[in-house]
Design a protein around this ligand. Structure first.
Ligand SMILES: Cc1cc2nc3c(=O)[nH]c(=O)nc-3n(C[C@H](O)[C@H](O)[C@H](O)COP(=O)(O)OP(=O)(O)OC[C@H]3O[C@@H](n4cnc5c(N)ncnc54)[C@H](O)[C@@H]3O)c2cc1C
Length: 453
């Protein structure tokens, strides 16, 4: 039976980076993917990608057709369309990707370093021996044959499906399930417009709780007159069908008159804080499988690549020590929380506020400058949330009988600060983890009870 140092399940953005990082250190790596090799990279996605993510992990910019268009920033529209925030900064400069070509570019990087691709292979479940994950059972989709593959470390990079994580034993201490309310159901189409949209260097985001409760609509310009248009809705309680919402409320806009459907599809985006621990004995969880997308805008390509890179480095060091226990893999948790997880946890609190916001609150909040473009920038980059309650805003909200909302805003800013301070103390020693986790649970329970329930 073939034994690897590392088996990476899923050749998405997270998996390719983990396979590349471990293979370039000379490890024997198997990259297992249920899709056929040529389809790797295809994903139901908004295709927007911030350039700074490449810098963080030391990757050069792709030079071919992987990047379809450069984006200068984001325009955010209030529900009544009266206020538009134009958010422009280095952090929001990015690209619209050709998702398949970008995925193929990352795959090639992993294979060039010596990782072996096992495509058309569907992982079914992890193999657990003496409290360690030691392999996976998989099905060869070409022959129907069942295979058993063993490795010193198994990496779950299988995206939202999280085929390994969902089947880990409870004792491993890694959450198996995700609450529906922490997931966005999305539907998106790539459409050819009759003519190129105005402001094609900006991604557009539309807030509207009636159309997209707990989510938003996006219209992102791709190359030429193509756009990626879609929306996400929170799966909290009873929620509308995202495809119906797109057809009823978005594709009815004049810019879509006479447009041609090129492709469409639905998928899920987890939008919450990261898993409290992303490692167990012999296992590391990455990308969407570990809930690493940004809780506010759902962008997960950058963080998934970061998790592939950081976990890969940690696995190499653990194997050099000959120790793949949870404690030895722990630095992956610490590094991720420091670089992105802390910001993500803070934004998860902000998401709770947005879930229960009314359209009037958003309209008036944006109009009267409770939050400005600059505040959005700062909050998006992981800074604190600054609320400026001007006299005009106070009068407007009093008129709406929504002073409670202003109080909720202040409470949110305060809870975000507390949560971020707590995450900055993520335990370097797994022995202190249980105490940290109990405090995390208490903080999020308090935030939920004050902001959502
Ligand atoms: C509609 C939508 C729009 C989005 N828009 C954006 C955006 O504009 N920008 C952005 O940054 N992020 C966006 N995201 C989020 C982003 O797509 C994800 O966060 C990111 O792709 C996660 O990467 P990943 O490698 O963890 O998972 P994935 O990209 O999902 O990759 C997982 C891989 O595992 C494979 N796999 C699954 N099960 C198995 C199995 N049993 N055996 C073997 N292989 C398996 C899959 O085929 C896939 O190739 C969006 C998400 C959605 C749903």
């Amino acid at each position: 039976m073939e034994k690897y140092d590392v088996i990476v399940v899923g050749a998405g953005t997270a998996g390719c980076l983990a396979a590349k990082t471990t293979a370039e250190a000379g490890l024997k790596v198997c990259l297992m993917e249920r899709k056929k090799s040529k389809e790797i990279g295809e994903k139901i996605c908004g295709d927007a990608f911030g350039e700074h993510h490449l810098r963080t992990i030391g990757l050069e910019k792709p030079q071919g057709n992987e990047l379809e268009r450069r984006i200068e920033g984001i325009k955010i529209y209030s529900p009544d369309l009266e206020t538009v925030f134009t958010v422009r900064s280095e952090d929001y400069v990015g690209y619209m990707l050709n998702r398949r070509l970008f995925g193929q570019w990352l795959l090639k990087k992993a294979l060039d370093e010596g990782a072996v691709l096992l495509d058309s292979a569907q992982c079914q479940e992890p193999i657990i021996e003496k409290g360690f994950v030691t392999g996976v059972l998989a099905k060869n989709l070409k022959t129907g044959e069942n295979v058993r593959l063993m490795a010193k470390v198994i990496v779950d990079a299988s995206g939202f499906l999280a085929v390994v994580r969902r089947k880990l034993p409870k004792e491993m201490g890694i959450e198996n399930k995700v609450a529906n309310g922490d997931v966005e159901a999305c539907y998106r189409e790539i459409r050819q417009l009759k003519r190129e949209a105005e402001n094609a260097e900006y991604c557009e985001i539309y807030l509207n709780q009636k159309v997209t409760p707990g989510g938003y609509t996006w219209i992102f310009p791709k190359g030429g007159a193509k756009v990626n248009a879609g929306l996400g809705v929170s799966m909290r309680g009873k929620f509308p069908n995202p495809k119906n919402q797109l057809y009823e409320h978005v594709l009815t806009k004049p810019i879509f008159d006479g447009s041609l459907l090129l492709s469409g599809g639905a998928w899920y985006d987890p939008t919450r804080k990261p898993l409290d621990t992303m490692v167990g004995n012999g296992v590391a969880i990455l990308g969407d499988a570990a809930f690493l997308a940004n809780p506010i805008h759902g962008g997960g390509i950058g963080p998934s690549m970061l998790s592939g890179y950081l976990s890969g480095k940690t696995i190499v060091e653990a194997l050099e020590r000959g120790d793949v226990s949870q404690g030895s893999l722990w630095p992956y948790n610490c590094k991720y929380m420091k670089l992105y997880g802390t910001k993500q946890a803070g934004l998860d609190v902000f998401r709770m506020l947005l879930l229960t916001c009314r359209d009037e609150d958003l309209n008036y909040g944006m109009k009267y400058g409770l939050m400005t473009e600059e505040d959005v920038l700062k909050a998006g980059a992981g800074g604190d949330l600054h609320i400026k309650v001007t006299d005009a805003a106070r009068r407007a909200f009093r008129g709406l009988r929504r002073i409670r909302f202003l109080n909720k805003l202040r409470l949110t800013a305060n809870m975000m600060k507390q949560v971020k301070a707590h995450y900055k103390n993520y335990p370097e020693d797994p022995g202190n983890f249980e105490r940290w986790r109990l405090k995390t649970d208490a903080l999020f329970k308090e935030a939920r009870s004050k902001l959502i329930e």
